[in-house]
Structure formats: C-alpha cells, structure tokens
Design a protein around this ligand. Structure first.
Ligand code: NDP
Length: 252
C-alpha cells in the first residue's frame, strides 16, 4: 500500500506575512503537506482572500488574520484568534519583513524604527505569545526568517541587517530557553529570492547579483519554503538553535 500520510498531518501552523513572496510559498508548502494554516498580513486583503482559497483547495483549513506584526498587542490578539479556532499551534513561522534601504547618513530615524519593529520586534511579539501555547502542549517548532544580510551585512541596509542579525541572536537564546519544553527554535537565512521585496532591481542589476552568487542564479520562494517544511517536520527533531542558509553559497 502506498503511504498517503503527509509530514504535517494534524499540525496547526501560524505564518506571519503570508500574502506574498516567501510567506505565501511557506503557507502553501505547509498546507500541501497536511497542516491547517493561519497566516497574518498587513494590508493585502484581496491577496489574502485568494491565498485562503488556494489553501482550501488543498483540503486544509485556513485562517487569514489582518494584523500588524510590529504591534505586541495585535500579535496577542492574532494568536488568541488562532488558538480560538484550532485550540493549538504546533508551528510558528516568523516571516513578516520589510526594507527601507539607505546609507547611514541619509537614513531617517523612522526608517530605522519601522524596519527593526517590523522585522525583529515582531519575532519577539509572536514568539512570546505563541510560546505560552507551545509550553502547555510541550511541543513546538519555531522558524524565524533571517537573511544573508544579517550574516554578512550590506551597505545601504544597516537597519535591515541589524534586524536580521538580531533574529539570529534571539533564535539561539530562545532555543536554549525553550529546549526543556520540547520547543525547537531555528532560523533560515535566505540569500537573493525573487519576490516583491527584490523586484525594484533592474534586469541588469539582477544579472550582476546572480553573477556574484556561487550557484549563479537567484532562488524562487518555494526553495526557501521547502527548508522551512524540513524544520517544521519531525525530520528535524534533533535540530535547534541553528541558522540554515538558503543562499546558493552567498554566505560562504
Ligand atoms: P514580500 O515583500 O514579498 O512580502 C512581505 C510579506 O510580509 C507580505 O505578506 C506582507 O503583507 C507582510 N508584512 C509586511 N509588513 C508586515 C507587518 N507589519 N505585519 C504583518 N505582515 C507584514 O517579502 P519577501 O517574501 O521577499 O520576504 C519575506 C521574508 O523573507 C522577510 O522577512 C524578508 O526580510 C526575508 N528575506 C527575503 C529575501 C529576499 O530576497 N526576498 C532574502 C532574505 C530574507 P502585505 O502583503 O499585507 O503587505
């Protein structure tokens, strides 16, 4: 008899920033591997509705929650909604993120604040709210989306690099805090992924970026989503506190 079970059957996942790019690919990857999926977004209502329909088509349940990940209060409310609906959360993917690039001397304080709050404080907000639920379950997988820029730095992205490096320190610390409760915490550090976030580059600039990558190409969001699936599944049950680069060799 063929094995018809999926890796995430019976699991419930929450993904922040699910409407576009990498988050969207993660939502679809987790759902098509058996998880019921809740996702948040900031403002793309019609994209959220479309994604919810796509998840339902996989036969899984879905919950879309409009909620600013930078707000601790809103994160608690979003997590309450998810628990109200599914009674548990097995997997949290902290994916929501933005850029406001500029050289340091031209960077406005508000560009620093909004990037750090959206990319880093959101990870604190959701991890804190969801870890209470996971502690009660004595089970959980938390996956934080960092970046190659958090590892290597990048001129013009000091706010973004600081937020993504901060995620790495947070991931390692919380992995140590929560290990005794069987909650595993890891980060994924993508390189250059073809999404709205990177669409501002011209074709010429994109080619120059691709040429600088050892694998000589940018990646699709699905290539990140498959690594998130690995970290969300029991295939990674002895891995915690790690940062897995998905960057075609950029960080080497
Ligand atoms: P996109 O810009 O394509 O999508 C961003 C997603 O985050 C959208 O769903 C957006 O929702 C959501 N979002 C933005 N701000 C908030 C907020 N305040 N509250 C809730 N949701 C929010 O980004 P990518 O898919 O490219 O990036 C996803 C993650 O991957 C980010 O953390 C990014 O830093 C990281 N990353 C991306 C790389 C790349 O090359 N693309 C490389 C390395 C890391 P809405 O549609 O409503 O705006």
């Amino acid at each position: 008899m063929p094995d018809l079970t999926h890796k995430l059957d019976g699991k419930v996942a929450l993904v922040t920033g699910g409407t576009r790019g990498i988050g969207r690919a993660i939502v679809l990857e987790l759902a098509s591997n058996g998880a019921d999926v809740a996702f948040t977004f900031k403002s793309s209502v019609s994209l959220a509705e479309k994604l919810a329909e796509e998840v339902e088509a996989t036969g899984r349940e879905v919950l879309a929650v409009e909620s600013d990940a930078a707000s601790a209060e809103a994160a608690v409310q979003a997590v309450d909604k998810v628990v109200g609906r599914y009674r548990k959360i097995d997997i949290l993917v902290n994916n929501a993120g933005i850029t406001r690039d500029n050289l340091l001397l031209r960077m406005k304080e508000e560009d620093w604040d909004v990037v750090v709050q959206t990319n880093l404080k959101s990870v604190f907000n959701y991890t804190k709210a969801v870890s209470r639920v996971m502690m009660g379950q004595r089970y959980g997988k938390i996956i934080n989306i960092s970046s190659v820029v958090g590892i290597r730095g990048n001129a013009g992205q000091s706010n973004y690099a600081a937020s993504k490096a901060g995620i790495i320190g947070f991931t390692k610390s919380i992995a140590k805090e929560l290990a005794s409760r069987n909650i595993l915490v890891n980060a994924v550090a993508p390189g250059y992924i073809d999404t709205d976030m990177t669409s501002a580059l011209t074709e010429e600039q994109k080619k120059a970026v691709a040429d600088s990558i050892p694998l000589k190409r940018v990646a699709k969001p699905e290539e990140v989503a498959r690594v998130v699936l690995f970290l969300a599944s029991q295939d990674s049950d002895y891995i915690t506190g790690q940062v897995i680069s998905v960057d075609g060799g950029m960080s080497v």
